[in-house]
Design a binder for this molecule. Structure first.
Ligand SMILES: [Mg+2]
Length: 230
C-alpha cells in the first residue's frame, strides 16, 4: 500500500447525495408554483427533468452550451414538455433550484464519521466539476468545509475531470505528489479513469454496482470501508 498523504474527494454523489437532495428541491419548487394543478405528479415532472438535464449536461461538458443556458433551458424544456410555455416561470424555477438545492443536507451514510477519521491521518481536498458558487454553499451548509484543505472546482481551473490538467492543478495547489495521492469518486469515467490516466491511484465509490471491466485501485460500496482501507 503506497504511503498516502493527500486524499482528493469528488463531492456530488460521493459525499453529498445529489439524487436525493435534488428530488427534495424539485418537489419543493414544484408545489411552490402549484404545478400539481397542471402536471399529474412531481415524480412525472422530475423524471422528465432528469432526462432533459442529462442531455444538456452532456452538451455543457463538451463546451457546446454555456452554464446560463443549461440552467434556464432545463426547466423551460421540461415545462414545455407538459404544455407550459412560460419562460418567466422557467427562470424562477431555475433561480430557486440554484438557491435551494445547496441548502439540502442529505449525505451518504457514514460521510461525517469517515471524514473525521481520515482528516486525522491525511490532508483532504475536493475536486469537483460542479459550479463553484453552489459547491461552496453545499460544503458550508453540510458542515463539511472544515475537513477540506483545498476545494478545486473545474470552473476555476478551466478544465473538467477527466482532463489531466485539473488533476495536475490540484496536486500543484495542494503541494502533493502523484504517488502519495488518492482520488475517491463515484464516476468511473471522470473521477476514476481520469485519475488513473493521469497516474494517480483511485477508489471507485460504486454505490449502484455499475458493472465494468476497468482496472481500479480499490472499489467500495460504503464510505466506511475507507476507514479499513486507509
Ligand atoms: Mg460525482
Amino acid at each position: 500500500m503506497p504511503k498516502y498523504k493527500h486524499i482528493f474527494f469528488d463531492l456530488d454523489r460521493t459525499l453529498w447525495d445529489f439524487e436525493k437532495n435534488s428530488v427534495e428541491t424539485l418537489k419543493e419548487i414544484f408545489f411552490k408554483y402549484k404545478l400539481d394543478e397542471k402536471i399529474e405528479s412531481p415524480e412525472v415532472f422530475i423524471n422528465k427533468y432528469k432526462e432533459i438535464n442529462e442531455k444538456l449536461w452532456a452538451k455543457y461538458r463538451t463546451g457546446e452550451i454555456k452554464k446560463e443556458f443549461l440552467r434556464n433551458q432545463r426547466f423551460l424544456l421540461t415545462l414545455q414538455h407538459f404544455g407550459i410555455n412560460d419562460s418567466s416561470l422557467a427562470e424562477k424555477f431555475g433561480t430557486d433550484y440554484i438557491e435551494i438545492s445547496p441548502t439540502k443536507t442529505i449525505l451518504f451514510p457514514n460521510t461525517i464519521e469517515t471524514l473525521k477519521y481520515l482528516s486525522k491521518k491525511y490532508t483532504l481536498h475536493i475536486i469537483t466539476n460542479g459550479f463553484k458558487e453552489v459547491q461552496f454553499v453545499k460544503l458550508k451548509n453540510n458542515k463539511l468545509d472544515k475537513y477540506f484543505d483545498k476545494v478545486i472546482t473545474s470552473e476555476t481551473v478551466g478544465y473538467q475531470k477527466p482532463n489531466a490538467k485539473i488533476f495536475q492543478h490540484s496536486l500543484s495547489t495542494s503541494n502533493a505528489k502523484k504517488e502519495e495521492s488518492l482520488m475517491i469518486g463515484d464516476d468511473l469515467n471522470t473521477d476514476i479513469l481520469g485519475a488513473r490516466n493521469f497516474g494517480m491511484n483511485q477508489v471507485f465509490f460504486n454505490t449502484i454496482n455499475t458493472k465494468h471491466n476497468e482496472k481500479v485501485t480499490h472499489e467500495i460500496t460504503d464510505l466506511k470501508e475507507l476507514t479499513e482501507l486507509l
